[in-house]
Design a protein around this ligand. Structure first.
Ligand SMILES: [Zn+2]
Length: 381
């Protein structure tokens, strides 16, 4: 079974206009790098998404909000501040509904491929809109493709437990809120501490509510967190909770904005961390849920970093081994479209480390707090 890579050029129509930080060009560059490495029609297969329909989108979003997106999409001269639309973060644009529905449909396709057993792994490079709330847009996110995909895995594909792991540098507040009282979905978000970064939430005491108590997990990390501390926190929290939760499928949001080149956040990760995280997620999926693993993209605003991060993740999903020298044709394209190429023309960063010898106290404290606050709900200490 080849891994599925979900992509369509129409995903680039999700465009807030010049000057906005989010540029879907990164999705095309990622897809083209994966292709340049020979993975498409090699160890992976490209899948073409269709837009999600209104009825499906309403499974997660309020009818009011969906209607507001549709109206402003047809006539983008207004705004709907109660729905978070028309702000500096989420400007409205013509065709916004169609572009957003296609992203949702792309994650739904990845979930359907894995949920139906057609393949064990699928990666929607364009998805990952984890800030979108049931009734409003937030943080460049309009429809929450992740929540729609998870809902479909639960309701349409007989999955009883979904492990959601989010490594975007921003807190996965939308996905967390939508499943906050639902013990079928264990959400784990690792992110830069909300004291320093949007959306200002995701602290260790946000652990879920009602039946969902213990099923929301937040791992805030201080600005300038580097590979060693990040991987320490990931290893201490994710595998033990995953093993005790025993998911039927893993859904991972692989936002790449924690990379050290990213202009919007203050985490300092290298590509090596992303590759390691993807490797661990792959191993956990093999160990716990027959390899079932859906991934999406997410944030990521450095054009020379995001395609490399997602290509490394795709290789882990597909079981491909990639040469470190970036393909010449892709370098040309990257230079032409993004106006720059990765330093060293290399897939991996190979950061020469002055890396910390010890994990800083803040990361250790976060892990300690979670062991105290959340682990007991899962019979862990
Ligand atoms: Zn982000």
């Amino acid at each position: 079974m080849k891994a599925g890579i979900v992509y369509h050029d129409d995903l680039l129509a999700y465009d807030f206009g010049g000057g906005h930080a989010l540029r879907q060009l990164r999705v095309k560059l990622a897809r083209d790098l994966i292709q340049a490495y020979g993975m498409i029609d090699g160890s992976a297969e490209e899948l073409r998404p269709k837009p999600a329909d209104v009825e499906t989108i309403r499974r997660v979003h309020t009818a009011d909000y969906v209607a507001a997106v549709e109206t402003l999409s047809a006539d983008p001269r207004g705004a709907s501040y109660e729905h978070g639309l028309g702000t500096a973060d989420n400007p409205v644009f013509r065709g916004m509904f169609e572009a957003t529905a296609l992203h949702a449909g792309a994650t739904l396709l990845a979930c359907a491929e894995v949920g139906s057993g057609r393949r064990s792994r699928a990666f929607n490079l364009g998805g990952g809109f984890h800030h979108a709330m049931a009734d409003r847009a937030s943080g460049f996110c309009i429809f929450n493709d992740l929540a729609l995909g998870i809902t479909s895995l639960l309701e349409d594909h007989g999955m009883k437990r979904v492990l959601y792991v989010d490594i975007d540098a921003h807190h996965a507040d939308g996905v967390q809120a939508i499943f906050y009282e639902d013990p079928r979905v264990l959400t784990i978000s690792l992110h830069e501490d909300g004291h320093y970064l949007f959306p200002g939430s995701g602290f260790t005491d946000e652990i879920g509510k009602g039946k969902g108590e213990g099923y929301a997990v937040n791992v805030p990390l201080p600005p300038y967190t580097r590979d060693v501390s990040y991987l320490y926190a990931f290893q201490e929290i994710v595998p033990p909770l995953a093993r005790s939760f025993k998911p039927d499928v893993i859904v991972a949001q692989l936002g790449a904005d924690g990379h050290e080149l990213d202009p919007l956040t203050h985490l300092c990760l290298s590509t090596e961390t992303y590759e390691a995280v993807a490797r661990i997620l792959g191993e956990l999926s093999n160990e716990l849920c027959k390899g079932r693993w859906v991934a999406t993209g997410g944030g990521g605003y450095a054009m020379t970093a995001v395609p490399r991060v997602w290509t490394l993740a795709a290789a882990q999903m597909a079981g491909a081994t990639l040469d470190d020298a970036l393909p010449v044709a892709w370098l040309k394209e990257c230079n032409q479209l993004a106006g720059e190429v990765p330093a060293g023309k290399s897939l991996r960063d190979h950061r020469r480390e002055d890396e910390e010898a010890h994990v800083p106290r803040a990361a250790k404290r976060t892990v300690e707090e979670l062991r105290r606050n959340v682990f007991p709900f899962h019979g862990l200490r």
